[in-house]
Ligand binder design. Structure first.
Ligand code: CA
Length: 233
């Protein structure tokens, strides 16, 4: 199973590096940002699973960033833990309801931080389940396995990520550009026809189980995953 990716948004370098040190020692992949601008770039480019966001940041407040992210459909899968300097701030933030999944008051021990992170990641991965089912397909997120009518389908890593994204966002049309952003990451300079190449490979891999019909081309718009037949295509 791939390591969870955690973004640390904290302007105080010593604290940020201390957190990064403990998280990488615990097996997480870490990303660091000292302000919201860099944080937004890393969020778009690297697609972390969780963001630790300090309340006091030099550009916009961590609370404001949290609110922006929680309103943004693009980050609906992102878990957020806010770091606050005083217990009083925590009450204030809770009252303001930035939408964070949890709050940690400084100073905290590495053990406490790790426990909170594990709890939040567990909650966010159980809310969407370890396995996704759609029609004859079953996708095991943790084991990186896909079954069609019970038979394992061999997929490359990009096809797996593409299928996982589509299966978890069914019945919605995504343009090639949107799929590049969501599956490949923003600012990854690949051409839009790359999406077509991987869709073709994915369909081919799924065709023995006839699940290839689930990946629908919506003319002039992009692709959609649906187990329903749709005559408008
Ligand atoms: Ca700070």
């Amino acid at each position: 199973m791939a390591a969870h990716k955690i973004l640390i948004v904290e302007d105080e370098q010593v604290i940020r590096e201390m957190i990064a040190f403990h998280l990488s020692r615990a097996g997480y992949e870490t990303l660091e940002a000292a302000d919201c601008r860099v944080a937004r770039e890393l969020l778009a480019d690297k697609r972390p699973d969780l963001a630790l966001i300090d309340w006091m940041l030099p550009d916009i407040s961590g609370l404001e960033l949290t609110r922006m992210l929680k309103r943004d459909k693009d980050y609906e899968d992102l878990a957020i833990i806010m770091l606050t300097a005083r217990a009083g701030e925590r009450d204030k933030i809770s009252g303001l309801d930035g939408g964070a999944d949890d709050y940690i008051t400084k100073p905290f021990s590495p053990r406490e931080l790790l426990a909170r992170i594990q709890a939040v990641l567990r909650r966010s991965s159980s809310s969407d389940g370890e396995a996704v089912n759609a029609g004859v397909l079953e996708l095991d997120k943790a084991g990186h396995r896909v079954l069609a009518s019970g038979n394992e389908i061999k997929l490359g890593p990009t096809e797996f990520r593409l299928l996982r994204f589509l299966m978890t966002h069914p019945d919605r049309v995504y343009s090639r550009a949107q799929l590049l952003d969501r599956v490949w990451g923003a600012n990854v300079y690949v051409e839009e026809r790359t999406v077509d190449v991987h869709v073709r490979r994915l369909r081919k891999a799924l065709s023995p189980g006839s699940a290839n019909d689930y990946i629908q081309t919506v003319r002039g718009a992009g692709y959609r995953f649906s187990t329903r037949d749709d005559s408008s295509i």
